[in-house]
Design a binder for this molecule. Structure first.
Ligand code: ACO
Length: 427
């Protein structure tokens, strides 16, 4: 028998069905609420609202669990490649050899970008933020590569184009920003190797593949590949629900990710740690400011809407950070500051009471710095990693026979009807 909850108002009762997910998560289905009662629900920030049914990613914020298509992210970080994880998210299963080969060939074949795109890059003001550029360029892709159509195979080509080209475009933007010659993708390199080669190879200093850096990038991208209905993914689904093209939907996701409370936190963490270093390592000041209700400052890389325990991605990232720095023989003072900051924060009553733990962004910036990625490119690195998740979520929403255009309601709190006052009579 289907469970339900009873809503009682003014002596009238209505039954609302309960929806139970495969991991036992429960939701009250309110889709008939307004039609039956005239009421809507109010939930600023959607903290209690499930916007969809989804079979892609499962997370449990209390237990610190994250799984893609049922597979724990720890196992994927240990055993998988980013390419394979992307395939898993988008197609719902790990590829067999033949499918993986086909996917690799498609990624390689689509990895070049139209040469005319370079002119766009060159005309952005020099100080433009790479996330603004990436969001605009992904939207511009629609003009160069129109969506092919609605057949499964045609959608697959558009999705593969994005996965292949965004990586090339990100490296290209870095090269152009430095005034250097663009490096093209190579068919003999893996997805991660290719990116690092396009970033760091120069005619005067050929890039030597560094295994530790490649592996760190692989794990970094796997850890960022999806995170269910976060702000940018919800943006992709919402914009996509108007049936815009996939490029436009992804471009909106990139714009949302840019924010410092979301993906932009990885850049903000490094800026915060650098400031603490400049202040002579005085992290107590940062802690005090974060606790001060009258100060808008927050400890960047701490806290999460869903995780009320240690973010499982942060655990892996912290371990990887230690291993990478040791393997590259780098000593980064920001890592010492980050660790001390974490230790102090985790013993502090404010952070304990508010369930504030390091999130994925707290140590990821130090990993990216060690690989040689410039700070203003950090969020772009996140965006490349999140692409498979955005695409998978967009595809799931497009395939949903019950999908509707996203259109929340509001509770109006403005003025009641009033007269138009001609300008000469206004006070
Ligand atoms: N530092 C200090 N206090 C914090 C922090 C923080 N980083 N995060 C939350 N709090 C406090 C808030 O001030 C609030 O306190 P109050 O209840 O006493 O007023 C309480 O904790 C709850 O905070 P909310 O903003 O309501 O929590 P929410 O779930 O809406 O926000 C968020 C989550 C945006 C991630 C928040 O923790 C934050 O701003 N963190 C810093 C930015 C960051 O690291 N973002 C990356 C998140 S991971 C990602 O998107 C990839």
């Amino acid at each position: 028998m289907q469970e339900s909850v009873t809503l009682t108002y003014n002596g009238r009762q209505i039954q609302l069905p309960v929806v139970i997910g495969t991991e036992g998560e429960k939701a009250i289905d309110i889709s008939t609420l307004r039609a039956n009662t005239g009421f809507i629900t109010l939930d600023p920030g959607y903290a209690n609202t499930g916007s969809c049914l989804s079979a892609i990613t499962y997370m449990d914020g209390e237990k610190g669990i994250l799984r893609y298509r049922g597979i724990p992210v720890e196992h994927l970080a240990e055993n998988s490649t980013f390419k394979e994880t992307a395939y898993l998210l988008i197609n719902g299963k790990l590829p067999n050899r033949e499918e993986l080969t086909r996917f690799s060939i498609m990624l390689n074949d689509n990895s070049l970008v139209h040469e005319d795109l370079k002119a766009f890059y060159q005309n952005f003001p020099r100080a433009s933020h790479p996330m603004g550029i990436l969001s605009s360029m992904v939207n511009a892709l629609r003009s160069f590569y129109p969506e092919l159509g609605t057949l499964e195979e045609q959608i697959t080509i558009t999705m593969t184009r994005l996965l292949a080209k965004v990586r090339t475009m990100a490296a290209m933007s870095y090269k152009i920003s430095r005034g250097h010659k663009v490096v093209y993708p190579r068919p003999d390199l893996t997805y991660c190797e290719n990116f690092l080669n396009m970033m760091f190879d120069t005619p005067v200093k050929p890039y030597e593949i560094n295994r530790a850096a490649v592996d760190a990038l692989r794990v970094f991208w796997i850890l960022h590949a999806d995170h269910e209905q976060n702000c940018s993914t919800s943006a992709v689904r919402m914009v996509g629900s108007a049936r815009v093209n996939l490029y436009a939907a992804i471009s909106s996701g990139i714009a949302a990710l840019w924010g410092p409370l979301h993906g932009g936190a990885n850049q903000a963490v490094i800026e915060m740690l650098t400031q603490i270093q400049a202040d002579g390592g005085n992290y107590q000041n940062a802690i005090q400011r974060a606790k001060d209700r009258n100060d808008p400052f927050r400890l960047m890389g701490f806290g999460h809407r869903v995780y009320k325990t240690y973010d499982p991605r942060a655990k892996i990232m912290k371990k990887m950070c230690d291993e990478l720095l040791e393997s590259l023989k780098i000593s980064d003072p920001l890592l010492d500051i980050a660790k001390e900051l974490e230790e102090v924060a985790r013993k502090d009553a404010y952070f304990i009471d508010h369930n504030l733990y390091p999130n994925v962004d707290f140590y990821s910036g130090i990993v990216l710095r060690a690989i040689g990625i410039p700070t203003n490119m950090f969020t772009v690195m996140f965006a490349i990693g999140r692409l498979p998740g955005w695409i998978a979520q967009w595809k799931e929403s497009m395939d949903d026979p019950k999908w509707k255009i996203s259109r929340p309601r509001q509770v109006y709190t403005g003025a009641n009807e009033c007269d138009f006052v001609p300008i000469h009579l206004r006070p």
